[in-house]
Structures are given as C-alpha cells and as structure tokens.
Design a protein around this ligand. Structure first.
Ligand code: C5P
Length: 403
C-alpha cells in the first residue's frame, strides 16, 4: 500500500524548495497532502502544490473553522509521516508550547505518526536561545529534526539556518518511514493470537439491593488487555463491574457474578490461545439470593450462609489443550509457596503473585510489584512498575509458552 506523507508548509522563502521535495516523493510513489499556512501562501500559490502532489491542498485562506474539526483529524490519521518544511521559528514555538490555532498546528497536535521538522530561518533567529530550547524540548518529546545547513541565506547573511537540501529531506523521510515500519512489525508480536483476559471483582447478590464484593479496580486486567491489543492480539476482556473505560480495540463482555464469569470464559475458551485471569473472583456467594429485600429481625445477630463458587481457573485447567493459562494470586504472606500449590492444583503455566499488603502493589493504584512463578520453578521478581509495564512483562512470558 502507498505510504502517505502529510506535508506542512510554513511561511519562509524556502517554500519553493518543497515543490521539489514533493515532486521527488511523488516519483518514489508516495501519496501526499499539503497543508499551507496563510504566510506560506504568500510565497507560493497552493495551486502549485496541488499540481505537484496530485492531491488537494488545505489552507487557512478561507474562513472554515467548521471543516478543521473533521479534516485535521482525518489527515492526521491518514498520515504515515508528517513533514513540516520549511519550519519557521514561529511554528516550532507554537508546537513546543501546545498552541493549535490554525490548520497546520491543529493537525500536528492530533498526529500520532512520526513528525519530522526541517527548520529554515535566519542564523540569528536559529541561534536564538528560545528557539534552541524549543527545538531541544521537541526532540525530548520524540519530534525528529532535519538540521539546517550553513550557507548564504536569502537575507544575505552567511551562517546556519538554510533549509536542508530536497534530496536530504526526501532521504530522511524515507528512512523514518522504513524505521517506523520495522518498529510496527516488532511491536505486532502477538498478531493472530487470541487472548482472553478477566478483570475486576465479581459481585455476589444477597438480595436485589445488597451484595458481597471486593476492592479490585480492574486496572491490572485492563492494562494487560490494552497492551495485548496494541501488540496485535485479538482480545476479549471479561470484566466485573469497574469504573474504568474499555480499552480501544478490545471486546469487553461485562459480567456480575462468578457464575456469570464462568459461563462467558468457557464460551471463549476454545477460541483462546491464552487465558490471563486477573479478576478477583469471589470464592463464596450467599447460598440464597433473596428475591426481596432481606428484612431485619428482632435479633442482634444475623447469619449469612455462603457456598463455594466454581473455581473458574481450575475448571479451565482440567480441560485445557493448547491454551496458556495464567493465574493471579493476591496474597499477604507465603506468596511463592501458595503460588506453587495453585500452579499444581489448577494446571497453570504460571502465576503472577503480588503481596497486596505491600506499598505500590495490589488493587487500587497504578503500579504493581509482582513475582512471576512458573510451573518449572523459575521465579522472576519484577520490582515496582506501572500496571501497563507489568502487562507487557506478562505477555512476554505468555509468548514463551505458545505452542
Ligand atoms: O485460589 P485463588 O483464588 O487465590 O486463585 C486466584 C486465581 O484464580 C486468580 O487468577 C483468579 O482469577 C482465579 N479464580 C477463579 N475462580 C475462582 C477464584 C479464583 O478463576 N472462583
């Protein structure tokens, strides 16, 4: 498929050189769109870019803020790379400070693809401390720069600030696209895999108004699901009631009780290549779910009779074929010993154990500290990390177990 280059042109005398850049990119088979700032249009007519790029040019010369809303997002989404050339001190300053007041700066803000900036300006402007600080800041945020070269500038000064040559700009764009393709390939390491994740608490009804549950936030399971989908897997997330939004691209099936979760997980088990059971499933539920509100009696004490819920993970362990099975263990003591027992009892490949009494681990926060205990006895201490990073570490381990 043709790669799409989105070119932002700002108002400097070097604008005419971008016609050459576009002509070269077109010969190489790239698809292009051009966004010109008002000032850029003072130097070269949009029609010239339209003809060279063989595609429409977006400008701010007509009042049409209503179109930005849609257009800047669709252009940003379509782009495999965004090139801003020539980039004035003004546009660099705006991007560095989060200003989005025209079509070009609004689009850069929405861009998720690599953004390449080719500055061109007078030497004194280029060497200005504020401009240099803006460039350094943008570099630290991942923006790429094609350094200007030294030479005779349009104003007659000699020094750095001259736009890099069209050949150099085209080569940089090509190299950046190739690198991002390689990165994308590496990052899609779970493509074709089906991963079932459970998350959150279960809720066990006493009557229509009351229930037994736990403090699980669902954050760890949701983070695993999000990482898996980013890495190319198809993901089904079976979730108890939680307060966090569904990750993009993940199919979420919401459940309440352990028995609901049991049904849904079994429904997807044959489809799954791996099951990661991060949910905090209630071990017990009230023996009777009253259809009416349970009334208080004249007595001081009240006994609620509980019965065991099915152990979902164990039931999967009994029927597993090719599936990788991962359990979670929230313990407060003897973490490794209990985990080894669970691995054996539930036929797991590994367990992610965390000591929920430890600061920085457990239910509510954004970080976790885990010990990964494998059926072969290997033990990995992760140290404190974000729940997303732990999600990736778990998925790396799952990958090793795929048949
Ligand atoms: O035995 P324990 O409850 O500590 O095991 C925890 C692991 O088992 C978790 O992965 C949890 O999702 C799963 N589990 C389950 N069904 C239950 C209880 C726990 O699948 N009824």
């Amino acid at each position: 498929m043709k790669k799409h280059v989105l070119i932002g042109v700002t108002g400097g005398i070097a604008v005419y050189k971008i016609l050459d850049v576009e002509s070269k990119l077109r010969k190489l088979g790239y698809e292009m769109n051009t966004i010109m700032t008002k000032n850029a249009c003072e130097f070269v007519q949009p029609m010239a870019f339209q003809t060279i790029s063989n595609n429409y040019v977006v400008t701010d010369t007509f009042e049409r803020p209503h179109k930005w809303e849609v257009e800047h997002i669709s252009l940003a989404k379509k782009a495999d790379i965004m090139l801003i050339a020539p980039a004035t001190a003004n546009v660099i300053g705006k991007i560095a400070h989060g200003i989005a007041d025209d079509m070009l700066t609004t689009t850069v803000m929405a861009a998720k693809c690599p953004v390449v900036i080719a500055p061109a300006m007078n030497t004194a402007m280029y060497e200005n401390e504020i401009v240099q600080e803006n460039i350094a800041y943008l570099k630290s945020k991942g923006y790429l720069f094609i350094e200007p070269v030294s030479g005779m500038l349009a104003c007659g000064d000699v020094g750095s600030g001259k736009l890099a040559s069209p050949d150099e700009i085209v080569a940089f764009v090509e190299k950046t696209i190739e690198e991002s393709l390689v990165k994308e390939e590496i990052s899609q390491d779970l493509k074709g895999r089906h991963i079932l994740v459970t998350a959150g608490p279960t809720v066990e009804a006493i009557d229509p108004f009351r229930y037994i549950t736990n403090h699980s936030s669902g954050k760890q399971g949701y983070a695993i699901a999000e990482s898996a989908v980013k890495r190319g897997a198809e993901v089904v997330l079976v979730s108890g009631p939680v307060q966090i939004p569904a990750p993009e691209g993940v199919k979420v099936v919401t459940v309440k009780s352990a028995r609901d979760m049991y049904e849904v997980v079994h429904e997807y088990f044959n489809w799954s290549d791996a099951v990661i059971k991060a949910a905090a499933v209630a071990d017990y539920r009230p023996r009777v779910e009253s259809q009416h509100k349970v009334k208080k009696t004249g007595l001081d004490d009240m006994t609620l009779e509980l019965v065991r819920n099915p152990d979902i993970l164990q039931s999967l362990g009994e029927i597993k074929s090719h599936q990788v099975l991962v359990g979670f263990a929230a313990e407060t003591d003897n973490v490794v010993e209990y985990a080894m027992q669970k691995i054996a009892k539930k036929h797991l490949d590994f367990i992610v154990a965390n000591n929920i009494a430890q600061q920085g681990a457990g239910f509510k926060g954004d970080t976790n500290i885990a010990t990964i205990i494998e059926a072969n006895g290997q033990i990995t201490e992760t140290g404190q990390m974000s729940k997303h990073a732990l999600g990736d570490a778990i998925l790396d381990k799952v990958k090793c177990y795929f048949k």
